[in-house]
Design a protein. Structure first.
Length: 674
């Protein structure tokens, strides 16, 4: 792992002191030199007849110690990325937090991930569906033996290595265990973000407090993450050596409510921490890799970065930022012509968060885009303000393309500014396709017409045995989500429309029903994705989109996905499952609220789906195999291992088919004597 932090070509470690190097780059920056983007094209070096070296005795301290942008760091084979990383003054800050990612990432797994440890101590791992599951690296946090091993490990690291901080952060994914001691600490009433906060943070804080007894000047860290984002209610104060990290999605801060939610979360945690205790930030600038919804769509957020960092000065040790990585080139920044701006702005503000962001940006536009500075500023600001609409509203996308056309018109393609614009135009090519797709709507997706049945008499018990169900033919079967080939285990479904409700019945053939988990999960428990489940994803004619996930044991997680993951939303659905011989089935009644409904945290909102105002949906199934692999099938294959590809959702409506409507219209226009 440490060798990933050494660059052979430059013979540099990520942990080397770089004070003198930073001073040189700082001096050159005062002369007008800038490195906006990796490589020679990203350099701005003004012409000067002479350079003066005045007497100077200056001490500069950055506002944030941890300034780590993963992907432009030392392990990459991309030399331009390494130089850019150095010139921006980025730093893994080993003197502040320890050995890079290992100081803030999933450090708890370092204790229990070895196969020898798993074989020797299966009792240290989470109990799920009646057995201790070692393959997911999820521990039983009520295990006293694991606790003692964890404390011993952290003390060993501090005793043998000169590091200031060690991570005790659990492995990826939802953390829970079915043993009685662990289940007693669950708080499902707090929603998925807090359902395991008391359970996880009680353990983390115990480790921190025990280590504090012997190493009071050392720190341990963990992230507010998954189903333990919210602060624990069973702890009045946290151990003074515990550093808490936060995931911050600044791209969503165009929405002030999202920004306020982030601020409120950090504030609620700070109230439980010692006054001198610090936090850290884990952020994502991974917008452009192929396969992401934002591929080819600009996600600029310089003002959101500036606002966020100003609030964190003096509070945060700094940031670990995941950036888009160019895997085809062995590392470095993916699509640097676009991705450089967010990282560049962050780097400058890490050193001096008090500088005026607009002045900083104006210098950037002038230096990097020359005569196109003014139209480029307009383009970036428009994209930042309309981030959410660029992949949803064709008019917004069209306007962005019009603004970029003005940028292009302001430059000479023969100079460096024109070359930069040409590169950016190449990156933005998918925007035109997005606009066209939005304008024409979905193409080549399945259509499902459902019956209107206001007189239905259904008992929601999961069995699908009432006449209202048996009279319906299955609407379709699920296929492999990527290839579209038949799934190994078939799944069919039926819909009908009741009185302001959508009824859903799903039947999953299962060769071995005994392998299905019978564990009853709290509502909105994210561990539902650790085992078999089915998902209904719905874009109504008023809202895009909702997601309801159901496990064989009637566990339900419902989410509003309009801007990320909102687990506070509740569908109000009645849900039941049934495990039979060779199959399991799901039965749902989902109440639908009319547009104008004023409670955004409850109910799907929409009008009855019709051919002119249809809904769009997908149904997906996840089958977990013993070897840890997963099989995904969907009604409308997406071509990717992801159910939530909205443009591949199938069409859903009640009443006449389009062909019937056309025939009806022809009959209306026909002469009366015909």
């Amino acid at each position: 792992g440490l060798m990933m932090e050494f660059n052979k070509k430059r013979q540099l470690w990520a942990y080397d002191e770089r004070g003198s190097l930073n001073a040189v780059y700082g001096f050159l920056r005062k002369l007008g030199v800038e490195w906006y983007m990796p490589g020679e094209m990203g350099e701005v070096v003004p012409k000067r007849d002479s350079i003066s070296f005045p007497a100077c005795d200056e001490e500069v301290r950055p506002d944030f110690g941890l300034r780590y942008h993963h992907g432009t760091a030392f392990w990459t084979n991309n030399d331009a990325a390494i130089l850019w990383y150095l010139r921006l003054g980025l730093n893994s800050s080993s003197d502040a937090v320890g050995l890079g990612q290992s100081a803030i990432s999933h450090g708890m797994a370092d204790v229990h991930r070895r196969k020898e440890f798993k074989k020797a101590h299966p009792e240290y791992f989470a109990l799920r569906a009646g057995r201790r599951v070692t393959e997911l690296n999820q521990p039983c946090l009520s295990s006293e033996g694991l606790f003692q091993e964890h404390v011993r490990y952290v003390r060993f690291i501090f005793d043998h290595y000169d590091v200031p901080m060690v991570s005790i952060f659990p492995e990826d994914g939802a953390v829970y265990c079915d043993c009685q001691d662990c289940k007693a600490k669950a708080t499902p009433e707090r929603g998925w973000q807090g359902s395991q906060s008391n359970y996880v943070w009680d353990y983390v804080n115990r480790v921190a407090a025990e280590v504090y007894k012997t190493h009071p000047k050392k720190l341990v860290s963990s992230l507010a993450y998954a189903n333990y984002v919210l602060p624990p209610t069973n702890l009045e104060k946290l151990s003074p050596n515990l550093v808490v990290g936060f995931l911050i999605y600044r791209q969503n801060h165009y929405d002030k409510i999202k920004e306020e939610e982030t601020d409120s979360l950090i504030k609620s945690w700070r109230e439980k921490m010692s006054p001198q205790a610090k936090i850290f930030v884990w952020s994502h600038y991974v917008f452009t890799n192929p396969g992401r919804p934002s591929y080819g769509i600009p996600v600029y957020m310089p003002h959101a970065i500036a606002t966020s960092l100003k609030k964190l000065k003096g509070v945060s040790l700094g940031e670990f930022v995941e950036v888009a990585i160019d895997l085809e080139k062995g590392g470095g920044l993916h699509a640097p012509i676009f991705n450089h701006l967010n990282s560049y702005i962050s780097s400058r503000l890490y050193w001096d968060v008090g500088q005026d962001i607009n002045q900083l940006l104006d210098r950037y536009y002038a230096g990097f885009y020359g005569p196109a500075a003014a139209p480029m500023k307009t383009f970036v600001e428009f994209c930042e303000a309309n981030h959410a609409s660029l992949t949803r509203d064709p008019k917004t996308t069209e306007r962005a393309l019009e603004l970029f056309a003005k940028v292009k018109a302001a430059t000479d393609p023969g100079n460096v500014y024109g070359e930069r614009i040409a590169l950016l135009e190449q990156f933005l090519q998918p925007m035109s396709a997005v606009k066209e797709r939005l304008e024409r709507g979905r193409e080549n997706v399945p259509e499902v017409r459902i019956q209107d049945n206001p007189q239905a008499k259904i008992t929601i018990d999961g069995k699908l045995d009432e006449p209202d169900w048996t009279a319906l033919n299955p609407s379709g079967g699920l296929v492999d989500i990527e290839s579209g080939k038949p799934a190994t285990q078939q799944t069919t479904f039926k819909f009908f429309w009741g009185v302001d409700s959508l009824y859903v019945g799903i039947t999953c053939l299962e060769k071995n029903p005994s392998r299905l988990s019978r564990t009853v999960l709290p509502r909105d428990d994210r561990s539902i994705w650790d085992s078999d489940n089915v998902e209904l994803l719905v874009e109504t004619n008023s809202h895009s989109y909702y997601q309801i996930t159901v496990s064989p044991s009637s566990g339900v997680t419902d989410l509003d996905r309009i801007s990320g993951i909102n687990s506070d939303w509740n569908s109000g659905a009645e849900v039941a499952t049934f495990i039979g011989k060779g199959y399991w089935s799901v039965e749902m009644r989902i109440p639908i609220a009319a547009p104008g409904h004023l409670d955004p945290l409850n109910n799907m909102v929409g009008t009855k789906p019709t051919p002119s105002l249809p809904w769009f949906f997908n149904i997906g199934r996840l089958v977990r195999h013993k070897d840890g692999t997963a099989e995904l099938s969907a009604f409308s294959p997406t071509g990717k291992p992801n159910f939530g590809e909205v443009d591949r959702f199938a069409e859903l409506y009640t009443g006449f088919t389009p062909e019937q409507l056309e025939q009806l219209e022809r009959s209306r226009k026909a002469p009366a004597d015909q």
